[in-house]
Design a protein around this ligand. Structure first.
Ligand SMILES: Cc1cc2nc3c(=O)[nH]c(=O)nc-3n(C[C@H](O)[C@H](O)[C@H](O)COP(=O)(O)OP(=O)(O)OC[C@H]3O[C@@H](n4cnc5c(N)ncnc54)[C@H](O)[C@@H]3O)c2cc1C
Length: 442
């Protein structure tokens, strides 16, 4: 039976931490347990990453059935089976609707709050966790987890609320006893939101193996990108092909961006996990951009011949203007080496075919990837074989639970990562509360 001095401490008020807090507090309260749930969050505000997710709109989850959903996590996705069995998209949507966050489905099965407001999701989840009885302490950065047989507590730096969390303004080191500690510190990406990778050190200090963290869902650096003279360009309805050592490994249709530092946008992020893994193994990685995916090479060639014969098309530039976004005309002119004023009737077959080939497969050898500052998610993390997938309890230290992006589990864009964080948070909160309560109390 839980007693008044008992406590569940949750480290991090992100997607996983807030879910765990609400679920654990609900179960303890329902069982009339005096034990408390405390969330320690290093930032001044909970849910900073939720607030910026989905470009400020928060892609909460996806309508894919569970088997296909899990496939979107690759190699380690199977670990999520039990968590999704317990709490998946229907349960998430029911909870959200119940706390005043109606949702809508968009293209690709992506689910967003109908309000289109990610900050609202963070606020409503925080209010829900608190309403269930959880206490959220902000400006508290956990520095270590204490143990005897199992976990016994945490110590943390407490920052003044007006001070800058994570740096100066400390009030000093404090400690808090706990029967269970749930680590939901996230990965290492977008560190300005608070996820600087502390969880890796905290878990490693307790004997956990950390699969080296890597930036995933990240922009790519590539030779020739952006094309000369282009600062940034947004392209719609394009197809990109990922080749590794010359072999086609992935192909995606949609939107992409040239940015000042390389390639970005939805289709690039989608292939980035595989591209980064291959780069790290020293393989040759290339992205080919197809600007005319609706036409095969023969049809495109026929169209170019027709256009060149059209009397309204007097010059090479007139031809390019009908095929390309204005921003890309100059670099294409330069790459093919045909001046814009060249009369269309003087364009040679070699020049026409060079244009066709460039439009169908503009090649960018990939040389690197963006940093953690730009990565949507971190691959790597606490090794899943050291965590019980039925409860998310550590197999190294009883009473320690690992959840969210801190685990070596990462998925595609499309709502998969948030769902994994919500689901593992829910399960960990539930399992920790159940362990605290004597059998029959739940
Ligand atoms: C720009 C961006 C957009 C995204 N958009 C989407 C999207 O639309 N859909 C989707 O599914 N996924 C999206 N993701 C990914 C998704 O947001 C994350 O996978 C998810 O938030 C991870 O949840 P988490 O709870 O594990 O970690 P986080 O949300 O990162 O939360 C971790 C929390 O722990 C706190 N913390 C860290 N260390 C300590 C410490 N020592 N002591 C106390 N507190 C600590 C942090 O301050 C933070 O609040 C996006 C990510 C980014 C960066």
């Amino acid at each position: 039976m839980a007693n008044s001095s008992q406590r569940i401490v949750i480290v991090g008020a992100g997607a996983a931490g807030l879910m765990a807090a609400g679920r654990a507090a609900h179960l303890l309260h329902r069982a009339h347990s005096p034990a408390e749930v405390v969330v320690l969050e290093r930032m001044r505000q909970p849910g900073r990453k939720i607030r910026i997710s989905g470009k400020g709109r928060c892609n909460l989850t996806n309508t894919l059935p569970v088997r296909e959903f899990i496939e979107r996590f690759g190699r380690t996705g199977r670990f999520l089976h039990q968590a999704f069995d317990r709490f998946f998209t229907p349960e998430l949507l029911e909870l959200l609707h119940g706390i005043g966050v109606p949702t809508s489905e968009e293209r690709g099965g992506r689910i967003y709050p109908t309000s289109g407001s990610a900050p609202e999701v963070a606020e409503k989840l925080t209010a829900w966790a608190t309403s269930q009885g959880a206490r959220i302490v902000t400006g508290a950065r956990v520095r270590g987890i204490d143990r005897d047989q199992g976990v016994s507590g945490v110590h943390f730096d407490r920052f003044e609320q007006h001070g800058k969390a994570g740096s100066g303004g400390e009030r000093g080191n404090e400690s808090m006893a706990a029967e269970a500690v749930l680590l939901g510190t996230g990965g290492r990406s977008y560190p300005a939101t608070g996820s600087t990778g502390d969880g890796y050190d905290l878990a490693a200090a307790l004997g956990h193996t950390i699969v080296p963290p890597r930036a995933a869902l990240v922009p790519l650096r590539a030779t020739g990108a952006p094309p000369p003279g282009v600062k940034k360009a947004h392209l719609r309805n394009v197809e990109i092909t990922l080749r590794i050592d010359g072999k086609v490994r992935d192909c995606r249709f949609g939107e992409m961006d040239f940015t000042a530092t390389g390639l970005d946008g939805p289709v690039i992020l989608k292939i980035s996990r595989m591209a980064v893994e291959a780069l790290e193994k020293g393989r040759r990685v290339e992205v080919a951009l197809d600007l005319k995916p609706a036409l095969d090479a023969a049809k495109l060639d026929a169209r170019l011949i027709r256009d060149l014969e059209d009397r309204k098309i007097a010059t090479w530039d007139d031809l390019l203007g009908g095929l390309l976004p204005r921003l890309l005309m100059a670099p294409v002119r330069e790459l093919i080496g045909v001046p814009g004023r060249k009369p269309s009737h003087q364009v040679s077959g070699v020049e026409r075919r060079a244009l066709r080939d460039l439009l169908k497969a503009w090649r960018f050898p990939v040389t690197g990837r963006g940093s953690f500052d730009e990565a949507i998610v971190t691959a790597g993390g606490v090794h899943t074989r050291e965590v019980d997938p039925r409860t998310l309890e550590s197999r190294c230290v009883p009473g320690l639970y690992i959840m969210g992006e801190l685990l070596d589990v990462d998925g595609d864009t499309g709502g998969f990562n948030l769902m994994a964080a919500f689901s593992t948070g829910w399960l960990a909160g539930e399992a920790a509360a159940e362990k605290l309560l004597a059998p029959g109390e739940v």
